[in-house]
Design a protein around this ligand. Structure first.
Ligand SMILES: [Zn+2]
Length: 195
């Protein structure tokens, strides 16, 4: 269960289904476990790679978790596993809500935290609201932590603009979510998206 924080679990030692442990990231390096993260406007970020073992790290990145540094936490988590940016073979961001649709009231304290955290080219201030480019900020964060631009994929779609394709909390999907499922199978990593 995602809570818009920065906690990352290791699937090998996390409670299994039907438990739904609270976290916004799951590290998987064990064959035979299915991981599911759920989204409606927040951004999935999936890192996968090699090193001592094959692994996948899935993150649920909402605005608050992003401001709280979930990407930084992810790289600290990987470092503790003996994995550095050179072990990340590919990274995938989104789809999530775009700067076209994600605005926040200017006088909100989290908006102020976001303004202090996001690069100036990723925020678009208006008179009463500020629009944030969460996906663009996540992309910049991954490069800042040492990933090669050619290995990072940023999905171009806004979930709020494309409700025919995606779930959007802001556009009214209160219960429905998109599932991101992943597992390691016979030495291969596999992703599956479902609605
Ligand atoms: Zn949009």
């Amino acid at each position: 269960m995602q809570v818009h924080g920065t906690k990352i679990l290791d699937a090998a030692s996390a409670p299994l289904f039907p438990c739904r442990p609270e976290a916004d990231g799951v590290f998987l390096s064990t064959v035979g476990i299915d991981v599911r993260l759920r989204f409606a406007d927040c951004f999935p970020v999936v890192l996968s790679g090699g090193g001592p073992c094959l692994w996948i790290l899935g993150l649920h990145c909402g605005f608050k978790g992003t401001v709280l540094g979930i990407v930084e936490k992810a790289f600290s988590f990987l470092r503790a596993k003996g994995l550095g940016p050179e072990n990340v073979e590919r990274a995938w961001i989104g789809p999530g809500i775009g700067p076209c649709c994600f605005d926040r009231r200017r006088d909100d304290s989290w908006t102020q935290k976001g303004l202090a955290c996001f690069g100036s080219d990723r925020v678009f201030p208006g008179s009463e609201t500020v629009r944030f480019d969460i996906g663009g900020h996540l992309f910049q964060s991954l490069l800042r932590f040492g990933l090669d631009e050619n290995r990072v994929f940023l999905a171009p779609w806004c979930t709020s603009c494309h409700r025919d394709l995606f779930c959007s909390f802001r556009r009214g999907d209160r219960d429905e979510r998109m599932d991101l499922l992943f597992h390691l199978q016979g030495g291969e990593s596999t992703f599956l998206r479902d609605r």
